[in-house]
Ligand binder design. Structure first.
Ligand code: UDP
Length: 321
């Protein structure tokens, strides 16, 4: 099969490309990002890297025309972007998604849309099932722009589905693993990783009792591949996540333990890290029944095992990334 992965040079997209290459498929990556995460595939004749934007409709049209399946993973992700450049988040995530869907509809190509557990916002009812409510804060709080942009993308997917386009929506829950982000930026694991490598205390926001379900990349990729290949997945939303809940304090302690370092924890305020435009989500846990029943995948890699591999990888790569 020929598979287009928008955002295929990113964390999830690069691992997804690896998985499809392993199956023998041909991959087209459309991504503005540099090639750090896909360098290992650049010499492969079945791997094509097109460095451009999903806002370039002409390029997108040509790539979708020649693909059998489209994974739309390109997006602006990361809390520092939600609070730092909300315009870019909204523009790329909403208008770019429209471009992908418009071209996919023109050529009738199935689209798997990478959404996020952020769409549930701060809904207090745990665990989140796919049809549960979205509970968000004020539009004055920039943090919610990402959730809103992805939920808008989902609405566009279902609007196109209604007129005949095969679509699948996958919502990721804090996926981590090698190639996650540069250390110090992006997500909590890379922020803690930078602090560990420099022997600094780990900055835990508040009392650290807020929770997340950390999902190892290989598990997330298995589910994502199944979402693209299975007919039964069409028209559905899937939570893609591990359902073991971990507090941020436990995560910090576990990362210190697995890294075999003597770092301490420093409690900080959310304003110190992200300024006024940030609001935290206290608990985030997926209901994973649908993923298990339809995609036949269980995201059960333990945090210890996943962290061991991830930390080894970051130690080896340092800040060269
Ligand atoms: N967090 C923290 N210290 C930091 C950065 C983040 O304790 O230096 C916390 C943050 O408050 C949140 C959790 O880590 O509760 C996960 O944050 P992340 O940025 O990975 O993304 P989120 O899951 O909120 O989308």
């Amino acid at each position: 099969m020929k598979i287009l992965i928008t955002g295929g040079a990113g964390f999830l997209g690069s691992h997804l490309g690896d998985a499809f290459l392993k199956r023998g498929d041909e991959i087209f990556v459309l991504d503005e990002a540099k090639d750090f995460k896909i360098r290992h595939n650049l010499g492969n004749p079945k791997f094509h890297y097109i460095r451009d934007s999903i806002l370039n409709e002409e390029i997108l049209d040509g790539l979708i025309f020649k693909s059998d399946l489209v994974y739309h993973m390109a997006a602006v992700v990361g809390v520092e972007h939600y609070v730092g450049d909300p315009y870019n988040v909204l523009n790329v995530n909403i208008n770019g998604t429209q471009n992908v869907l418009k071209a996919a509809f023109k050529y009738n190509k199935k689209v798997v849309f990478a959404s996020t557990s952020e769409v549930y916002g701060r809904n207090p009812n745990i665990p989140f099932s796919e049809d549960d409510d979205r509970v968000l804060g004020s539009t004055k709080i920039d943090r919610w722009c990402y959730s809103t942009s992805k939920a808008t993308g989902e609405h566009f997917c279902f609007a196109y589905h209604k007129i005949g386009l095969p679509v699948v929506v996958v919502r990721y829950f804090n996926v981590y693993g090698p190639r996650l982000d540069k250390i110090d930026v992006g997500r909590i694991i890379t922020i803690f990783m930078g602090q560990i490598l420099r022997n600094e205390p780990l900055t835990v926001i508040g009392n650290g009792m807020q929770t997340r379900c950390f999902t190892y990349i290989d598990d997330a990729i298995k589910a994502t591949v199944a979402a693209g290949l299975l007919k039964e997945a069409e028209g559905e939303i899937f939570n893609i996540g591990n359902n073991k809940e971990t507090t941020i304090k436990e995560l910090a302690e576990k990362m210190i333990e697995v890294s075999r370092v003597k770092n301490s924890i420093r409690h900080v305020t959310k304003e110190e890290v992200y300024g006024e435009s940030y609001e935290d989500i206290q608990r985030r846990v997926p209901n994973t029944d649908r993923m298990k029943n339809i995609l036949k995948v269980d995201a059960d890699t333990s945090l210890e095992d996943g962290l061991r591999i991830t930390i080894e990888w970051f130690k080896a790569i340092g800040n060269k990334y």
